[in-house]
Design a protein around this ligand. Sequence first.
Ligand SMILES: [Zn+2]
Length: 240
Amino acid sequence: MGAKVKSKHFLNKNIESLAHLLFPKKCLICATELNINENQICQNCDSELPQMYLAEGETTNPVHKVFWGRVQIENAHAWLLYNKELSTKEILHAIKYKDKPQLARAMGEKLGQSISEFEWINTIDALIPVPIHPKKKFIRGYNQSEEIAKGMKGILKIPIDNYFLKRNLHTDSQTKKDRFGRWDNIEGAFRSEKNKNAYQHIAIVDDVITTGATMERIIHQIQEKNPDLRISVISLAFAQ
Ligand SMILES: [Zn+2]
């Protein structure tokens, strides 16, 4: 390492420490001050995250069961359990509404770690984040599912494809007449590319799976154009 690089690194480290001293960061869940080695969430809260501990390849796991009789999928996985009482709620709210893309990435890394040993993950050609409407992305500044996928990519070394699946813009103009009544319609409007990249197996990445309705529509849309493509589902959280 050259002296110049070294001193730059030294400077960066010191600026980081100074910033930490002047503007201490707080744990997103319990609001205690974070130490410099903690990222977004304190160690205490981190150790108490309600993990699902799903085993590999179980088609009877609760996430997989949501899709039984609805769509054909290969594997389904979620890392955290979600309900109103659990800290997962804070996390999901923050990554969606509190301008916390870095939290989404940190959670994506943990989600990635939770499946890094699975055999089937080695067969995934691309991570496909569930897209949000471009207007929403503009206002929020990021797509939380894409940030989760970025964290996963760092661990699993699987590329992200943001073009394969898109929000259907057309329905948005239709909805202007009756914004509230057709909200569901906007949420469900996706279009998928034909599989030009010769993917064999893709994983759709979402922040939370509740009824599975959004995911079901996405999978139908993809399978309509790509009947032979194998599809798995990976979500940060699952509402039971
Ligand atoms: Zn905490």
